[in-house]
Design a protein around this ligand. Structure first.
Ligand SMILES: [Zn+2]
Length: 415
């Protein structure tokens, strides 16, 4: 196909992995897994220009959503130097009722969010402008992370075919009233709506970092596997990938990872943790879920019990990969040698990249055994990353096998 030839090698057949994935550090040294961190940064294999220090763009975003009070609004550093008044860049443009928002003299978008009641549909200009910057920035950050993974894996800046056409993806923070947010290839858009609580106050989906990262994840998966349909196991995986994007985006922020470790005492199974909970504000408003989110990745849903609806079905796979994160973190954890926050950051980075590899080596077709296919390909991914990192990840493979079986991935949603 055009897509595989544009990448220059066939990525779809596990037996024929791109040579470059095996062309680095063939030796597997018997080192402790705590050696991983120093091997994660390998600038010598990346040919892209690194932005000089002091450049890039600072923005302000909700770091979870307005309901998660311990987090609030933080400044975020984007490495991008091409974000113009709008904001707009080569990938994304924002569409809203606000006039284009210009960066300040330093190239930053440091807006304040007035402490006034939110209203919909006639939200204040101040809140609208904050939403525009927050939503754009969260999508941009998510893409920076995932495009960076492709660059890390390939050793080159990725050549991307945009499934929505050769144009910018449009971001609509205020697309209207609906209890929803979505990515549409046909519209070439990410759309976020508002809905109302029982007391009539609005809740804006765009203000949830989880929701924005989730929708950005849909669009990114559509780049990697444009033929995966939105129903059945590929649809379930689309939803799981979106939720896992939210998780990985949060963990990738060092201050958030550290806050998580501090609040939960490094317990990924803490019932009130904000990492496994996706869409807290929305979950509270619609289902009174008290901070546990619209969905929670820390769950015990197994394949034979899963409903075929894609969001319900997704919990089997996202729960499976959260199990893997929990066990790998426990395996690698050794606070005497390396702090828990650093270990969590490293483990999550490797698992995120492994998932990207597993997606790329999986078949293009929308089969109904995609969950197990991905789990099997995670073994290939760990093998690849083992060679790359110079460590033995076979115990991680055992963890994947154990949980894939326990979760009944092979029959999820098929009964
Ligand atoms: Zn979704």
């Amino acid at each position: 196909s055009n897509k595989s030839s544009s990448f220059g090698f066939e990525l779809k057949t596990p037996e024929r992995l791109p040579f470059i994935l095996f062309d680095y550090d063939q030796n597997i040294y018997p080192r402790g897994a705590n050696f991983l961190a120093s091997r994660l940064q390998q600038p010598s294999i990346v040919k892209a220009a690194v932005p000089p220090p002091g450049k890039g763009t600072r923005v302000r975003v909700w770091k979870s959503d307005p309901s998660v009070k311990t987090i609030g609004i933080r400044e975020l550093f984007l490495i991008n130097t091409d974000i113009k008044s709008g904001p707009v860049d080569t990938w994304f443009e924002t569409k809203s009722t606000a006039k284009p928002i210009a960066p300040d003299a330093n190239g930053d978008f440091l807006l304040d969010f007035d402490n006034t009641p939110s209203q919909a549909p006639n939200e204040s200009d101040n809140h609208t402008r904050f939403d525009v910057v927050h939503t754009f920035s969260t999508v941009r950050y998510t893409y920076d992370l995932l495009l960076g993974d492709l660059e890390y894996l390939d050793g080159n800046p990725p050549q991307i075919t945009r499934p929505w056409g050769n144009k910018r993806l449009q971001i609509f923070p205020h697309a209207g009233e609906d209890a929803n947010a979505y990515y549409s290839r046909e519209e070439g858009a990410l759309k976020f709506f508002f809905t109302k609580r029982k007391d009539g106050t609005p809740i804006f989906l765009c203000r949830s970092l989880d929701v924005v990262a989730h929708e950005a994840g849909h669009s990114f998966l559509d780049i990697l596997q444009p033929q995966w349909r939105s129903d059945g196991q590929t649809g379930g995986f689309h939803e799981a990938f979106g939720d896992l994007c939210s998780l990985f985006v949060l963990i990738s922020m060092a201050d958030i990872a550290d806050l998580f470790v501090t609040l939960t005492k490094a317990n990924l199974r803490d019932p009130n943790n904000f990492l496994s909970a996706v869409g807290e504000e929305f979950g509270d408003a619609l289902f009174n879920n008290k901070g546990k989110g619209l969905r929670n990745l820390s769950n015990d849903l197994i394949g034979s019990k899963a409903q075929p609806e894609v969001h319900a079905l997704s919990l089997v796979f996202s729960g499976f990969y959260y199990d893997v994160l929990v066990d790998v973190f426990a395996l690698e954890r050794n606070p005497a040698i390396k702090g828990d926050t650093d270990t969590l950051l490293d483990v999550a980075t490797i698992l995120r990249r492994a998932l990207i590899i597993a997606i790329r080596v999986s078949s293009e077709s929308s089969t109904q055994t995609k969950f197990q296919e991905l789990a099997t390909n995670l073994e290939t991914a760990f093998e690849t990353l083992s060679r790359r990192l110079g460590v033995n990840l076979s115990s991680w493979t055992e963890i994947v096998r154990k949980h894939a079986k326990a979760r009944e991935l092979s029959i999820a949603g098929l009964s």
